[in-house]
Ligand binder design. Sequence first.
Ligand code: UT7
Length: 321
Amino acid sequence: MYSRIVGTGAYLPEKVLTNFDLEKMMDTSDAWIRERTGIERRHIAAEGETTVDLAEHAARRAIDAAGVRPEDIDFIAFGTTTPDLIFPNCGVLLQQRLGCFGCPAFSVETACSGFIYALAIADKFVRAGDAKCALVVGAETLSRITDWSDRSTAVLFADGAGAVVLRPSSEPGILSTHLHADGSYKDLLYCNGGVSRNVVDPARARGTIAMVGNEVFKIAVTTLGKAVDEALAANGLDKSAVDWLVPHQANIRIIQAMARKLDLPLERVIVTVNEHGNTSAASVPMALDAGVRDGRIKPGQLLLLEAFGGGFTWGSALVRL
Ligand code: UT7
């Protein structure tokens, strides 16, 4: 028994913030942001618009694409680091919106690899026969934890949501997933807000993102390179078997390094970082949906999904669509 992605969906908030808008807010330039990151614009949630609001749109689109009904969903795994509430978790809040009461619903808090973690967990439940119609979501409102006075991070992060529906299949489907974490790097990328450990002014308890960007960059490239090798070796596949790389969208230079590693031309890589910025857990499912909906990714093709983020946490999924 395998699990198979049978529908994808994504949603971006309406408000667009361009590099030129940022030039007016801080000491930065469109040229620097484009050259160093590949980002041209990003979407920002409206006042009062929450992570679960974005996720609901993406989930309904994935459910429609899968040809199932919201009440058919029997498992919800939700990757996010910007939850609406401490509890109930975003998975439960989304379940309430969709009306698929009773099924397990939870959130996974592994920063940018949140969707890959959620996908890996859902895949195992479907393969075990314990879920027949699993909804996997990655959604974020990172604008809420962005330090708008710090140009080194404020130009990077953004908001959005992506989702997939998994169903059981006798043919793969998801061939493999690999998950990793290394907490020794916790100080290179983190958000200093918290509940139990009150490190910031209680009035600003959710904190803001802090990152040692150039250190993260170097480790991301080598670590993701190893993750790519691991995914291929586990399936006895050569890199030439991969039709599409669907990477985490943090920086075009990291994406280009992964494409070179796979000997893939950029035409075989789904790139959304220019339009979306870094949306953490939402980036991979939104990129996947973009490639599926515009017809570039076709049924039967082999996709390599990968992500790397705060923790560090990272992971991959090798998927036949
Ligand atoms: O999604 C989770 C994982 N995250 C990542 O993978 C992100 C990895 N890191 C990166 O993508 C890159 O390191 C950044 C885009 C964050 C930064 O690019 P960089 O080429 O590593 O730049 P840097 O941090 O080494 O800074 C170079 C210069 C500095 O100036 P000096 O010291 O050379 O004079 C910065 O002050 O660029 C300056 N700088 C900026 N200049 C204009 C930093 N941010 C900006 C900015 N506008 N927004």
